[in-house]
Design a protein around this ligand. Structure first.
Ligand code: 5GP
Ligand code: ZN
Length: 99
């Protein structure tokens, strides 16, 4: 998907504040955060919906790793997990810390 903004972030073609990454996934700060530390985790490969991601269980294990990073960094009361995917057509999970 050459015109997908999250594919461009995954390929480092446009800047993002990267929180964590490995070979297949990358986590970065939301550009319009709902709270301090609002983070998006995406597969580097393009999928339209979270439902479509290969090995979705592994994806959510990574989401939990990033949640632990947010816990240590910001010490929120809890971290909301949100999956919408209406605005950007590349699978992504929101982690929104609550204070
Ligand atoms: P959703 O598709 O789940 O409704 O929301 C998409 C999310 O992506 C929004 O929270 C929006 O602020 C975020 N977003 C949209 N474009 C960019 C961008 O270019 N960079 C970053 N870091 N976040 C973005
Ligand atoms: Zn994409």
């Amino acid at each position: 998907m050459s015109d997908c903004i999250f594919c461009k972030i995954a390929k480092k073609e446009i800047p993002a504040e990267i929180v964590w990454e490995d070979e297949n996934f990358i986590a970065f700060s939301d550009i319009n955060p709902l709270s301090k530390g609002h983070t998006l985790i995406i597969p580097k490969k393009h999928f339209r919906w979270v439902w479509d991601v290969e090995n979705i269980g592994n994806y959510f294990e990574k989401v939990r790793e990033v949640k632990k990073i947010l816990d240590e960094k910001y010490q929120p009361v809890f971290v909301e997990l949100k999956v919408l995917g209406i605005d950007v057509p590349h699978a992504h999970v929101h982690l929104v810390p609550h204070y």
